[in-house]
Write a protein that binds this ligand. Structure first.
Ligand code: AHG
Ligand code: MN
Ligand code: MN
Length: 296
């Protein structure tokens, strides 16, 4: 079964179907750029990070496609300082995009991805209002995983450029992997105790430098990814809108959870488009454990 057939089978709303299909069509366009858009660009994004040529190219490809389609009113991306408003859009959707996540891995040919959140209107709303989210992973296979609140489903790009069903109704299993961001010497006391408990229980380390790839692995094998608040950066590193809520929605719909350490990240309304957040994402058991350490 292909992606279009699957969306139909799940009785997905027409407007959301069009949007998911539009992103799926850009996957091979972005993938083709891996060969040509190599190396760093001469610019920095709003977070002060050096942009890679591919960060900018993927951003441009997705913004152009969305503008042409008229399918969304607001576009917020990690590479743009401001939210773009599309004149005369036919729908009211707001979209958040991390065009290329894991960009420090582009030059070493490891898995990177595109992360998309879909909002019913403006994007400065809690993640629990999202009607859907998706991510594309560029690994040995190109895969697309989506949710519209009716299960989490995964597809691979076949040699004819069509996304075919790989796995339907994914659920996060119990598992013992942990992906801990930040430097151990900068851990907060509660975080240090939490990580030590996971290690004493035999959790194995898996951290690639690509959030989307690491969370994808956790979604399939269980455990937890975290990029916590740390000494010198109490807000954490990852971005609430571009990384936290869309991947949080995916994991939540697969039976897991996402937290900022204090509570469900999907319940938090961000104050600005570039807001950062501490993040814990994975199995319910691991999320309950960190929240209990934060409260102690
Ligand atoms: P991006 O490539 O979109 O800037 O995101 C990078 C993020 C995330 O993918 C990853 O988990 C994290 O940064 C890695 O950070 P460190 O290099 O500090 O480990
Ligand atoms: Mn990112
Ligand atoms: Mn990025």
């Amino acid at each position: 079964m292909n992606l279009a057939e699957h969306l139909k089978k799940k009785s997905t709303e027409e407007k959301i179907t069009e949007l998911i299909m539009l992103f799926s069509e850009q996957a091979s366009v972005i993938r083709d750029e891996f060969v040509t858009s190599r190396g760093a660009a001469d610019t920095k994004n709003v977070y002060g990070e050096t942009q890679m040529a591919l960060d900018k190219k993927a951003d441009e490809i997705l913004i152009d496609a969305l503008k042409k389609s008229g399918l969304v009113r607001w576009i917020a991306t990690e590479e743009q300082p401001d939210i773009i408003e599309v004149e005369g859009a036919k729908n009211q959707f707001g979209i958040t995009i991390d065009p290329l996540d894991g960009s420090s891995l582009i030059d070493v040919n490891l898995a990177v991805g595109t992360i998309v959140g879909i909002y019913p209107g403006h994007v400065l709303e809690p993640g629990n209002t999202m009607p859907g989210a998706l991510y594309i992973l560029y690994g040995p296979l190109t895969t697309l995983t989506y949710t519209t609140g009716n299960g989490v489903h995964e597809f691979y790009l076949d040699k004819d450029g069509v996304f075919k069903l790989m796995e339907e109704d994914l659920t996060i299993p119990d598992g013992k992997l942990y992906a801990p961001g930040a430097l151990r010497r900068d851990y907060m006391p509660y975080h240090k105790k939490f990580i030590e408990q996971l290690e004493s229980e035999g959790y194995k380390l898996r951290f690639s430098g690509s959030f989307v790839a690491d969370v994808h692995q956790i979604l399939h094998k269980g455990g937890l990814f975290t990029y916590p608040a740390f000494k010198g950066k109490e807000t954490g590193k990852l971005r609430h809108l571009f990384e936290g809520t869309p991947m949080g929605k995916m994991v939540f719909e697969a039976g897991g959870a996402v937290s900022n350490g204090k509570g469900n990240l999907l319940d938090v309304k961000p104050a600005s488009v570039d807001e950062r957040t501490p993040i814990y994402i994975g199995g319910k058991k691991e999320i309950a454990l960190i929240e209990s350490y934060v409260k102690r």
